[in-house]
Design a protein around this ligand. Structure first.
Ligand SMILES: *Cc1c(COP(=O)(O)O)cnc(C)c1O
Length: 462
């Protein structure tokens, strides 16, 4: 864990970590430019901002980390877990950076295709795929990981009925135990995902399932997530690799030719330092499971949060300030609608708050312990509590960094709060910041239409 105080109290800092320091500087510039250029103001009191250069840097870091440890020429697909940031321009940016897509629903598949991701760079992992979704994936040649024996039986029927170029695999759950966040622990003994590897008879069943199906060539495990230590993640990969070796030995040929290690690299939400890094994780895996990287197995990864989290910032205007029970409270426009997990499970998902003034400049002044509240009508709608910050005043801005994954891209329609606009930013060559619309702010007409506005009399007429 990296301590906040190592990185100063201003919004720049991250000394000794040049890429992180540059990202912090770009973020400060973007907040100021968003205010100057009117993306953020009295009538648009909240925006989501995405750092294009930062996303590119993370994509390059991911590729370089695994290139450094895997035998040259080995097939590698890094598939971004679309659920982390389901925004078409983001998927397109990643595609251009050599990253594919891991999808878990028909909606996510549609987003990946809209972004132009080629079928051979898409992996379908949905836990509850319908027959039609499976058929479409096999027709397109998208890789599919079956979750369970019933799904494998469905795939049997489809494979018999028509030829497919889809690489097909099965998901296993190494049952390693939970991390710090129960709801995100995918590898517990009773997890709903995959075939539970340590259950009685499971290994034998898997060997038989592969023996009977020469087209079953991949094993998939996604056992990491926020709150899971790297050593546990590496153990999950090691157990999956050992299973592949056992299956191949018992079948007598190298039928399992690719291992999909999932995603789940945790993100540091407590400071601007990127830790752990992809390079650290790849090196750890190469030490723990050297055979996975010697060229005998193709590799698929499915990182989500770690590719995008640190490149997103939600910025909201402070509408009012007040004091209650001796505590300073800033009432802002960012709450449960953009930070659902944090508001409902604040102990698991704490966010940092950065204070900016009315012009979008990092706010100076003595720190005061304060709460940062959201706009929704329930008492728990708090983005952060007890944060020591320069005192926020009316018209200032509160920003929550590290929200590029699973936050503002995941709108929650409580109180019919509108989806904020999302903008990508990049430095101009001649100085200043350029923005591009990633997602338009939702209009009130859209809110009405999405809330049954086209069916006003439907119930009275019944
Ligand atoms: C959610 C998920 C991921 C991505 O997890 P992150 O923690 O965002 O990296 C990858 N693979 C599968 C199957 C998932 O469900």
């Amino acid at each position: 864990m990296v301590d906040m105080k190592d990185f100063g109290t201003g919004h720049t800092g991250a000394e000794g970590h040049p890429e992180d320091a540059e990202r912090v500087a770009r973020r400060d510039e973007a907040v100021r430019a968003a205010v100057e250029q009117g993306l953020l103001g009295p009538d648009a009191p909240i925006v989501g901002l995405l750092d294009v250069a930062g996303i590119r840097d993370s994509a390059a870091a991911l590729r370089a980390a695994f290139d450094a440890v895997i035998a040259p020429g080995t097939p590698v697909l890094h598939a971004f877990a679309v659920k982390a940031t389901p925004l078409v321009p983001v998927l397109s940016l990643l595609r251009a950076a050599g990253i594919g897509a891991e999808v878990a629903s028909a909606g996510e598949l549609a987003l990946a295709r809209a972004a132009g991701v080629a079928p051979e760079h898409i992996v379908l992992d949905a836990p509850a795929k319908t027959p039609a979704e499976l058929r479409e994936a096999l027709e397109l040649g998208i890789a599919v990981n079956a979750d369970n024996p019933q799904e494998l039986a469905r795939i049997d029927g489809l494979v018999r009925a028509a030829k497919t170029s889809s690489p097909l695999g099965i998901r296993v759950n190494p049952q390693l135990g939970a991390g710090a966040i129960e709801a995100l622990s995918t590898a517990t003994a009773t997890s709903k995902f995959g075939v539970a590897l340590r259950d009685e008879g499971a290994r034998e069943w898997l060997v038989r399932a592969c023996t009977e199906r020469p087209w079953l060539t991949r094993l998939h495990a996604h056992s990491g997530s926020q709150g899971i230590p790297l050593s546990l993640m590496a153990q999950g990969v090691a157990e999956t690799y050992a299973l592949a070796e056992e299956i191949n030995r018992r079948i007598g040929r190298r039928q399992i030719d690719t291992i999909d290690i999932g995603g789940g690299l945790p993100v540091n939400f407590s400071s601007d330092v990127t830790t752990p890094t992809y390079a650290q994780y790849a090196r750890l895996l190469a030490e723990a499971v050297p055979g996975l990287f010697d060229g005998r197995y193709g590799l698929v990864t499915e990182f989500g949060r770690s590719l995008l989290a640190k490149h997103g910032t939600v910025v909201a205007r402070v509408e009012y300030t007040k004091r209650a029970g001796g505590r300073a409270v800033a009432v802002t426009h960012a709450g449960v609608q953009v930070a659902t997990r944090t508001v409902y499970a604040p102990a698991s998902w704490p966010l940092r708050i950065l204070a900016y003034d009315a012009k979008g400049r990092p706010k100076e002044g003595p720190e005061v312990v304060q709460d940062v509240a959201g706009p929704a009508c329930f008492a728990g709608d708090l983005l952060a509590t007890g944060q020591a910050l320069p005192l926020l005043e009316q018209g200032d801005h509160a920003a929550a960094p590290d929200t590029g994954a699973y936050y503002f891209a995941h709108h929650y329609a409580y109180n019919s709060l509108t989806r904020p606009g999302v903008y990508g930013y990049a430095p101009r060559v001649d100085g200043g910041i350029r923005f591009a619309v990633v997602r338009e702010p939702q209009t009130l007409e859209e809110v009405v239409a999405e809330s049954g506005g086209g069916h006003t009399g439907a119930l009275t007429a019944l």
